[in-house]
Design a binder for this molecule. Sequence first.
Ligand code: DOR
Ligand code: ZN
Length: 431
Amino acid sequence: MSDVIIRGARIYGEGEPQDVLISGGEIRGIGAGLDAPEGAEVIEAAGQVLLPGFVDLHTHLREPGREDTETIESGSAAGALGGYTAVFAMANTSPVADSVVITDHVWRRGQEVGLVDVHPVGAVTVGLEGKQLAEMATMASGIGKVKMFSDDGHCVYDPLIMRRALEYSSALGVLIAQHAEEPRLTVGAVAHEGPTAARLGLAGWPRAAEESIVARDALLARDAGARVHICHASTAGTVELMKWARGQGISITAEVTPHHLLLDDSRLETYDAVNRVNPPLREQSDIAALRQGLADGVIDCVATDHAPHAEQDKCCEFSAARPGMLGLETALAIVAQTMVETGLLDWRGVARVMSERPAEIVGLSDQGRPIAVGEPANLTLVDPDREWTVRAPELASIAQNSPFDAMTFGARVTTTLLRGRVTVGDGQVRP
Ligand code: DOR
Ligand code: ZN
């Protein structure tokens, strides 16, 4: 691995341009006009912003089982192109990641590919069925060292099972991430319950389906003395509940997806199932509350819920389509548009919500670190003035279900380094 010198980047988008010297996987020097060691790769970064590598707490990579839509390899490439240095691969694969055999496989395969650290998420319950706790301790002590457990795609709906999971999780020092959806309130639901769904004749998914579980789990976490993380917060009410729970001293954290920061349910007018997602796209008032919540730190971080699906599962009747959308390669561009261009966050704030907080929430010690000498060189360069148009077929994912296809954004990741290795340079993956 050769040494790297990044020339003229603004660190966190602040102050004068600096050079950053990287050697042996670490940051070795920061300053103006540093000497490049012989043979070092020089990355010209004038006008660009240097951030810590992004950490995604919520990615679906579909391996094992649906390698026709995404693999650990293709998803790792998408992650690196999106500026990520670590992603958490959700457990709703086939077979389900409810045993150490699967979680260790996911970790090992990610390390073989070597583009991002792929951390396996273990299932909370056997087969994601919500009935019997999975062997969390065994998964946590495997090679993949599972740090996060989630039945995502499904809610751990039984309050007694959730209570037990929280109790175990605090004993093990791991995190439970809840897909907050009261299933009795979403039977047949495909769209946000509101005027748009009513007009289009789509069965509605009420905000209360999410909010009732957020409130319940806050109370369960309080009583168990445990931490709980809320996946893909989508409503203004969830933001209010988070404020309340934090005010009570409850250990609760939450993420928001790029798509819930940008898109509302008016996208459903065309009945194009690329816009079908769980939880559904909501209303402008929810978007405003989620953006403000993220700016204020009530919502801790951005997570993509990158969810590849095959063409036959998306290019069909809206109510028959699978929910989910691609997210890894477009996340930074959307956060820049919705949070930075609006003045809600500066680039240091982006570092917080896309790297530092997610790493802290899940307890990764080598990610989300300060950009300083002696720190691991997990880094992302963003060009804040690079206009680009998303072309879904050109994304690294095997599936193409991006609702952002043909949209133009103003910022783009150009370079990603994982422990000092350039995984993406000039916008190209380096396998
Ligand atoms: O839209 C979604 N897709 N939401 C989920 O919770 C699961 C995900 C998937 O696995 O496709
Ligand atoms: Zn989910």
